[in-house]
Ligand binder design. Structure first.
Ligand SMILES: Nc1ncnc2c1ncn2[C@@H]1O[C@H](COP(=O)(O)OP(=O)(O)O)[C@@H](O)[C@H]1O
Ligand SMILES: Nc1ccn([C@@H]2O[C@H](COP(=O)(O)OP(=O)(O)O)[C@@H](O)[C@H]2O)c(=O)n1
Length: 232
């Protein structure tokens, strides 16, 4: 996956905000709000891994099979319709994603695209917000601001359950919790780019914070690192 997302180049060096954390910690919600507030582009990198995982499943393969996972990652490109599918939001897709994500060739295949998005945000945006697991540690280690968003696994499972119900995707509460624990373990223990806060990340436990409180704290942190204030 090496194709550039846009032909438009950004003359000044883009500001990069890295937001990492475990499943359903609120990364995506926060990233989109930060992107909107600062006029930055947003890339949810988890979608890339979910698309690779689902592609392997659809081809009848095993997401833990290195060759099948690597092939699917090399075939993915930024305009691929699978990236828009609601099917990527299911627990099955999440589990497949975390299996393909442990394959070094998959991570390598997706790296250039993510880095290019950060250095040349689409639409000529002055900055980019990337959320995932390894943005602050591997993809953009020089990001001007890094946040690591987390919450207890019980709180995260409850948030994900409500989200799935809202989307009309059937889910069993105990399965969502167990799947999240399994994914946390796989993501944290893999050899390549494991889930962990960068040493210079601001760690934000959102267990008892609502989305507005998280947003305010993140804006304050980004302001302290970049001198920028939200436009609105
Ligand atoms: N601070 C928060 N408090 C309560 N619910 C939240 C909070 N942040 C996000 N959510 C909700 O939790 C669910 C998962 O959030 P999301 O941003 O998708 O997490 P992630 O990107 O880390 O998987 C969504 O339904 C979202 O609306
Ligand atoms: N930068 C990233 C993003 C996601 N992933 C993998 O992709 C899976 C799905 O990521 P996601 O961000 O969509 O998951 P949620 O946090 O939304 O549940 C994760 O469990 C990771 O295994 C990764 O390894 N590195």
């Amino acid at each position: 996956m090496t194709q550039p997302l846009s032909n438009q180049e950004t003359p000044a060096k883009a500001v990069v905000v890295a937001i990492d954390g475990p499943a359903a910690s609120g990364k995506g919600t926060l990233s989109q709000r930060i992107a909107d507030a600062f006029g930055f582009a947003h890339l949810d990198t988890g979608v890339l891994y979910r698309a690779v995982g689902v592609s392997v499943l659809r081809a009848g393969g095993d997401p833990a099979d290195n060759a099948a996972a690597a092939r699917a990652a090399y075939e993915l490109h930024p305009e691929h319709p699978i990236l828009q599918e609601v099917a990527l939001r299911t627990d099955e897709a999440a589990q497949a994603a975390s299996k393909v994500a442990a394959v070094p060739e998959v991570r390598a295949a997706l790296l250039d695209f993510q880095r290019r998005f950060a250095s040349h945000p689409p639409g000529g945006a002055p900055g980019a917000v990337l959320d995932g697991r390894d943005i602050g540690t591997v993809v953009c280690p020089d990001a001007q601001a890094k946040l690591f968003v987390t919450a207890s696994v019980e709180v995260r499972a409850e948030r994900r359950l409500r989200e799935l119900q809202r989307r009309g995707i059937p889910a069993i509460p105990s399965d969502v919790l167990e799947d999240m624990k399994a994914r946390d373990a796989r993501d944290s223990q893999r050899a390549v780019a494991p889930l962990r806060p960068a040493v210079d990340a601001f760690v934000l436990d959102t267990s008892a914070l609502d989305a507005d409180q998280v947003f305010s704290m993140a804006v304050a942190h980004i302001g302290s690192k970049t001198g920028l204030k939200p436009a609105a």
